[in-house]
Design a binder for this molecule. Structure first.
Ligand code: PEP
Ligand code: MG
Length: 755
């Protein structure tokens, strides 16, 4: 059973589109279970009804036509109960709902299983048989297991609107993709995929400009790979046994197969450019071989894919296939965006960001916020390359992406963009005003920064300095560790740009989702692993070089503050302070007039939160890393889109922990600032002020809204809000409380904007 199940899942996953995936599903299940009918119903957009999308055994004309409401008929009952239903004779069940178009009257035995993903019923899978009979427990297990697997495969197809596309060919090309909000705002532009044509699945559809030239390029690419194989075979001949040598001949035969080349040529003649025609021909063959039961043939599927890739590689080199960067505003799309991708894109051209992996707390999303670029994360597996060159709308508030939007959608988003621009222009007036409550209580707002582009952005929004400069981003866009001199050259302009205002520079915080291309750390639980201070204390050379550079960059300015990330124990702080003192001492001996800067620790691990008092005695200030503190307190990976709905820094446990940190920090006489995205949420900012936080680091793009919120309340109102929030049991109640307060203060326009 397991082998059959695996094979079916493999086949369905490899299907080129949703209709084929569903057809494979119903056919294979019917054959395996030896039943008369198998049918798939999928949830409609409104999620209230289930539409028949594929069947073997029932009337094929009913596909796309028959729809059952939630709770209607046996299918509706399976969806309603969210559990399998097994009936010897469905026709005698009171909920049996005869649909004349289906021809179900001939079927008595019924077994239905819900397709559930992330608590949502995506559809119902049904098998039926003509006899009045019981299905065996094995049958039920099989259907339930395959339904669980299918739900996860189908989830993305359903969310991306492919079901709609299937029903209404007129909408083909328009797609709504659902992800998680990464950075707020709306962007419109053309999709650009870095590293395109790296793999067959990524090849975008494009028309051939010149069919003859495309064919010639394809033949040249195939010939080049054939030559490559010949050369490799000659080179290795003396060292390879004859059986292995023969493989090269097999590869060459596969490559020069008339049918493969013929199919690719037919694709070109049908108007496609060579990479897409080649992709289709190769993948069709791969699918065919993968379906074979024979292990020899399924191994050949990998071989043909590899050969296909090699030819693609050659095709990519042909000038004919150069992918010119999208003119005008582009939306960068990648599976995992690296900081280097972001840094390389010209800021005036970069409109938006779309990422298949990650969540709002991934570092790329944080950077996007700092740079004011709307982003959607966690879109899940998609053939991204195929979207290259398409027009797209990125809705960073709701986490939606619209590909090839229709005029109505475009007009609606243009309206939202204008309203956003108007509000931003109005709030621009607050630039030179302090974040001060109506009764004159002032809380400094500091920016977060990491790349030159967001340091520049931070200067335009009216902040009192930089509250968190993430030094690791500069390390991530290089090819080796920067030297002391290079780091001085990096830090000095940042300190100078903000003098006399302070700049808090955090020592290297790599690990977790921040890896250096030249120092890979492979761990199974990277967020619980070698991160931040843990790494730098194990590499005092790297730490000393960095703090020496900071101290030197600060000479004559005295605006530097140093912050230690990911602190878990007091010993780590003692050790870091000892190294810092050593660096200061050595620099003085070398003749540098360095001064001792104020030093702080990040409170972002629950253990540190519960030792706030002891930590505070050792340093000058505390900075709460609310992003990490939330992840560690709630045990929710900040980078995992699957559990993004559980991640919320307004969790009651977070508020209680924050209250404890603030109280302990103040008892030790140290200011407590708050970094992390919680500070970017206008309602939360008022709450934090009320709780007694001494400074906030919102993301640059959120500074005007946060300032607006703070200037709309009195200190007493904020304190009252904090007291009420601390009494509540759920995130939902806390959010409601904050929304109601914002509404009363006349701030409706910023409610429900995910920050
Ligand atoms: C945090 O954890 O809240 C924080 C500010 O640091 P980072 O997001 O860079 O981990
Ligand atoms: Mg952190």
């Amino acid at each position: 059973m397991l082998a059959t199940l695996r094979r079916i899942v493999q086949e369905v996953s490899a299907a080129p589109d949703l209709p084929k995936a569903l057809a494979i599903t119903v056919n294979r299940i019917r054959d395996t279970m030896q039943v008369a009918a198998c049918t798939v119903y999928l949830a409609d957009e409104d999620n209230r009804s289930y539409r028949l999308m594929a069947t073997v055994g029932l009337n094929p004309q009913a596909v796309g036509q028959v729809r059952l409401n939630h709770g209607e008929g046996l299918v509706g009952l399976v969806a309603e109960r969210q559990e399998p239903i097994h009936l010897e004779d469905a026709l005698r069940h009171p909920r049996f709902h005869p649909v004349s178009a289906l021809g179900e009257e001939a079927y008595h035995a019924f077994l239905g299983a819900p397709l559930i993903q992330y608590r949502r019923v995506l559809g119902v899978l049904v098998v039926q048989d003509t006899a009045v009979r019981q299905f065996q427990p094995d049958d039920v297990d099989f259907l339930v297991t395959i339904a669980a697997q299918l739900a996860s495969i189908l989830n993305h197809a359903i969310l991306s609107g492919a079901t709609q596309e299937l029903l209404d060919p007129l909408t083909t090309g328009v797609r709504t993709l659902h992800g998680v909000p990464g950075a707020p705002g709306i962007a419109m532009g053309i999709v650009t995929v870095p590293h395109l044509l790296a793999d067959l699945d990524d090849v975008p559809d494009r028309p051939a400009q010149n069919g003859a030239a495309e064919e010639a390029a394809l033949h040249a690419a195939i010939a080049a790979v054939e030559q490559e194989l010949c050369a490799a075979s000659d080179r290795l001949a003396p060292r390879l046994p004859p059986t292995e040598q023969a493989l090269f001949a097999v590869y060459r035969m596969m490559l020069s197969s008339d049918s493969l080349i013929g199919e690719a040529r037919a694709g070109i003649q049908a108007g496609h450019w060579a990479p897409a025609a080649w992709r289709d021909a190769v993948l069709a063959r791969v699918r065919l071989l993968e379906q074979a039961e024979d292990p020899y043939l399924s191994t050949r599927a990998e071989d043909i894919r590899d050969l296909g890739r090699r030819v693609l590689h050659r095709l990519r080199a042909a000038p004919l296939h150069a992918l010119e960067p999208a003119a005008g505003r582009c939306v960068l799309a990648a599976e995992e965006m690296s900081v280097a991708h972001l840094a390389a894109a010209p800021p005036e051209q970069l409109a938006g960001i779309v990422c298949l992996r990650g969540s709002a707390l991934s570092h790329v999303a944080l950077l996007a916020r700092a740079m004011g670029i709307p982003a959607v994360m966690g879109l899940g597996d998609r053939p991204l390359g195929r979207f290259e060159g398409s027009e797209v709308i990125v809705d960073g508030y709701r986490g939606r992406v619209y590909l090839n939007p229709d005029p109505a959608t475009r007009a609606e988003y243009q309206r939202i963009m204008s309203a956003d621009a108007k509000l931003s222009a109005e709030l621009g007036n607050l630039r030179d005003l302090p974040a001060e409550t109506r009764d004159g209580y002032r809380i400094p707002l500091y920016a977060k920064a990491g790349l030159p582009a967001d340091v520049a952005a931070a200067r335009t929004v009216g902040v009192e300095g930089i509250g968190l400069y993430r030094t690791e981003f500069a390390f991530m866009v290089r090819e080796s560790f920067p030297s002391e001199e290079e780091q001085v050259a990096l830090y000095r302009p940042i300190l100078t740009a903000f003098t006399p205002r302070p700049v808090v520079m955090r020592t290297l915080d790599i690990g977790g989702d921040k890896n250096l291309p030249y120092f890979a750390i492979a761990e199974s639980n990277p967020f619980l692993g070698w991160r931040g201070m843990r790494f730098t204390l194990d590499h005092p050379d790297i730490f000393l070089t960095q703090v020496r550079a900071m101290l030197r960059a600060n000479i004559g300015l005295d605006t530097l503050r140093i912050l230690f990330p990911m602190i878990t124990t007091v010993e780590e702080v003692d050790e870091a302070l000892r190294l810092l003192a050593r660096a200061e001492q050595e620099l003085r001996e070398e003749g540098y007039a360095v001064t001792h800067p104020p030093v702080g620790v990040m409170i972002e691990v629950p253990a540190a939160a519960w030792q706030t008092g002891q930590l505070a005695q050792r340093v000058d200030f505390l900075s709460v890393g609310a992003n990490d503190l939330t992840q560690y307190l709630l045990a929710v990976d900040r980078d995992n889109a699957r559990v993004a709905n559980l991640y919320d820094s307004l969790h009651p446990a977070m508020l209680k922990t924050l209250a404890h940190i603030i109280e302990q920090g103040h008892r030790a006489g140290r200011p407590v600032n708050l970094g992390g995205e919680l500070a970017s949420d206008p309602g939360a900012a008022v709450l934090l002020l009320g709780m007694g936080v001494d400074g906030l680091n919102p993301s640059t793009v959120s500074v005007p809204r946060v300032k607006w919120a703070i200037r709309s309340f009195t200190h007493a109102e904020a304190r009252e809000l904090a007291q009420q929030a601390l009494e509540l049991d759920t995130v939902r109640q806390i959010r409601r409380l904050l929304d109601a307060a914002l509404r009363r203060a006349g701030l409706d326009e910023i409610i429900h904007e995910p920050t």
